[in-house]
Ligand binder design. Structure first.
Ligand code: SF4
Ligand code: SF4
Length: 327
């Protein structure tokens, strides 16, 4: 009896610290060709319950590559009137039930983290269903491969049984960290005018004159090793983004404020701002990030492949503005 009494704490300790799961072999890392495209840093913009939302999203693989941890938080520069929000999502996959799982933890507490979302894939989309106590809620993550953007669409059933949009967001990829790429010879720093963007400790570099450019790195994703380089060849200048007619008369410079490489001109503080009827994107400097598109209040900015035909002439108008400035 005495021996049994003294052995009890040891048995309890061993039981608590050695669950079977600790002895089980870790499963192989989870790899998913669609979810992998969500890893990275994003700017989220859209509407939640009819109100504007400007969030930063950072997604990375964690826990033996079993989950994509998605951290979402209101941008520091978001308007003061915008409600502050923060959430962490864990996106994983259950190979037994063959469905995705989505855990949500956010500033609204445990009540809404009790329910797990279950998802199925359809092409480039995953539709998650949350069966909340107050009704079903759907979250769709949809990837657009041609632009490398995501749409997050959230809908819920109201008490009358009608589906309504809860949130609709567009995510555009952002450079994760400038310092992560500045040491490489192909970094965007190397595409800036000499001395203009050389950070302390980095090697200064000189960009060749426009006429000598044979090839240049044009997208952050290529810098980060996710896609192959796109060539910019003299005489067959390939533009990334173009500002078209709707900018004329608007010129509010919202795009200038979000451009990470300062390639939209003239800025308000530049001499020719007043005289110009619109702004222009430099085909050489633009890194194809897409951040300017959603902020334009008059939908004046287009990826070249999306430019409406009636505004084809704005492709040379944008490029020529920079060429003529140099002349
Ligand atoms: S896509 Fe727009 S924001 Fe991004 S680099 Fe080009 S002009 Fe700037
Ligand atoms: S945000 Fe749109 S309208 Fe405003 S300056 Fe840029 S392109 Fe022109």
């Amino acid at each position: 009896m005495k021996t049994w009494f003294y052995s009890l704490p040891i048995i309890v300790l061993v039981t608590l610290t050695s669950p079977l799961r600790l002895h089980a072999q870790s499963p192989a890392e989870w790899r998913d060709d669609l979810v992998d495209h969500m890893a990275g840093t994003w700017k989220l913009q859209g509407q939640i319950m009819g109100r504007d939302a400007h969030h930063e999203v950072d997604a990375e693989w964690v826990l033996n590559h079993q989950f994509l941890r998605i951290h979402e938080i209101t941008e520091t520069g978001a308007p003061g009137s915008e409600k502050r929000y923060e959430a962490t999502w864990f996106l994983g996959y259950d190979p037994v039930s063959e469905r995705y799982v989505l855990h949500l933890l956010d500033v609204f507490g445990g009540r809404f983290s009790e329910t797990l979302g279950y998802g199925v894939r359809d092409g480039n989309s995953i539709r998650f269903v949350f069966e909340y106590p107050d009704g079903p809620f759907h979250t769709v993550f949809q990837w657009a491969p041609e632009k490398d953007t995501w749409r997050w669409l959230m809908t819920q059933k109201d008490k009358d049984g009608k589906w309504a949009t809860f949130g609709d967001f567009q995510l555009t990829r952002q450079p994760k960290s400038l310092s992560a790429v500045i040491s490489g010879a192909e970094s965007p720093e190397m595409l800036q005018p000499e001395g203009a963007r050389t950070p302390a400790g980095a090697t200064a570099c000189t960009r060749p004159a426009f006429g000598d450019i044979k090839i240049a790195v044009r997208s952050w994703s290529s810098i980060l090793g996710q896609t192959v380089l796109k060539p910019l060849v003299r005489g067959e200048l390939e533009m990334a983004y173009v500002i078209a007619e709707p900018c004329i008369g608007t010129k509010d410079t919202a795009c200038v404020d979000v451009c990470p490489v300062d390639c939209i001109h003239p800025r308000k503080d530049e001499a020719d701002f007043e005289a110009e009827t619109q702004l222009y994107i430099s085909p050489v400097e633009c890194i194809d990030c897409g951040a300017c598109v959603p902020v334009c209040p008059v939908t004046a900015i287009f990826a070249l492949e999306d430019l409406p035909e009636k505004w084809n002439n704005f492709t040379p108008i944008n490029a020529d503005w920079y060429t003529n400035k140099k002349a």
